[in-house]
Design a protein around this ligand. Structure first.
Ligand SMILES: [Zn+2]
Length: 317
């Protein structure tokens, strides 16, 4: 994931109306019956991605992981579209990248888009040890965690098809950016928004998962998400609370984060980002370091996020 945006966060402000919305959503909804979501399976999906090595574009690990992601979606019954792209980064590197989309119930025009980035940052440039800053990150949390949750959701959708349409999108080349150049990040999502792989593609809403595997991770309502799709945020946070995860999903507006969802919002798709950051605006301490490895991944956190999103899908799609 990219960066805390240069917009002043307003943690705690303006959330009272949304809180009411969340409360009424929770009241009107059936009791939070357990939906099928296997947190250990999600964890295994994170480990499997890390097992390929850093999924940095233009490397053998990246190419192998790309094939595997597409084949997993097919194995779980999705109709898969691969979108190969040639992208030029801020440092003039030409990347051969691929967005991968798995689609369920393609006949339905009412669609939910779920997404996560699957590439890894080529440099651990936030590492406290200077000698490690030129090495790529494992991206266990920053990349693999969101994809791991979505692969487990794909497995569940393969067992019981949604009544409406659900698309799972793995975007590439999110993390080859540089501080101070907002458009250097999220290159795959930029390409997707400019070149929808399905004619007239227009999902009703989108949910981005990024850095959703950290131990004891807290998820605040991200600022750009709140502006673009506050009612979707309210529904998700209401569900998390009804599942008993309110402690981990504080119902407060957090800071603004530059991430893939911003590209969708700019393209007219209401989108939210479920992402860990602290009230002071910082990311998980392993972010963009050599420590973003499996030791930083919690099956419990993956489960809290996965069950919340899966419940939203079963209730609305
Ligand atoms: Zn990142």
């Amino acid at each position: 994931m990219a960066a805390i945006a240069g917009v002043a966060g307003c943690l705690g402000c303006g959330a009272s109306k949304s809180r009411q919305e969340a409360a009424s959503t929770a009241e009107g909804a059936p009791p939070a019956a357990a939906v099928a979501f296997d947190r250990d399976s999600a964890y295994s999906y994170v480990a499997a991605q890390v097992g390929f090595g850093p999924r940095v574009p233009n490397t053998p690990s990246h190419r192998a992981a790309c094939k595997w992601l597409a084949s997993e979606l097919r194995r779980h019954g999705a109709e898969v579209i691969e979108q190969p792209m040639r992208l030029t980064t801020f440092d003039n590197t030409v990347l051969d990248a691929t967005n991968i989309m798995g689609r369920y119930n393609t006949a339905s025009s009412e669609r939910l888009l779920l997404l996560a980035h699957w590439d890894c940052r080529p440099w651990a440039d936030e590492d406290p040890d200077e000698s490690k800053r030129s090495q790529p990150v494992d991206g266990a949390n920053d990349g693999a965690s969101g994809v791991g949750v979505l692969l487990e959701i794909a497995r569940q959708l393969g067992r019981e098809n949604p009544a409406k349409g659900v698309d799972i999108l793995f975007v590439d080349a999110e993390d080859w950016g540089t501080t101070g150049q907002e458009d250097s990040w999220a290159l795959g999502a930029q390409y997707f928004a400019a070149h929808p792989p399905v004619e007239g593609y227009s999902p009703r809403e989108a949910i981005l998962l990024d850095m959703v595997g950290g131990h004891d991770a807290r998820f605040y309502r991200e600022y750009f998400s709140e502006r673009a799709a506050g009612s979707l945020n309210a529904s998700l946070w209401g569900i998390a609370d009804s599942l008993g995860y309110g402690e981990y999903f504080p119902d407060r507006i957090g800071t603004a984060v530059t991430d893939d969802h911003v590209q969708l919002i700019q393209a007219g798709i209401p989108a939210v980002d479920v992402i860990e950051f602290s009230p002071s605006g910082g990311f998980n301490s392993r972010w963009h370091t050599s420590s973003d490895n499996m030791e930083g991944i919690s099956a419990e956190t993956l489960g809290r996020v996965g069950e919340t999103v899966m419940t939203y899908i079963r209730r609305n799609y």
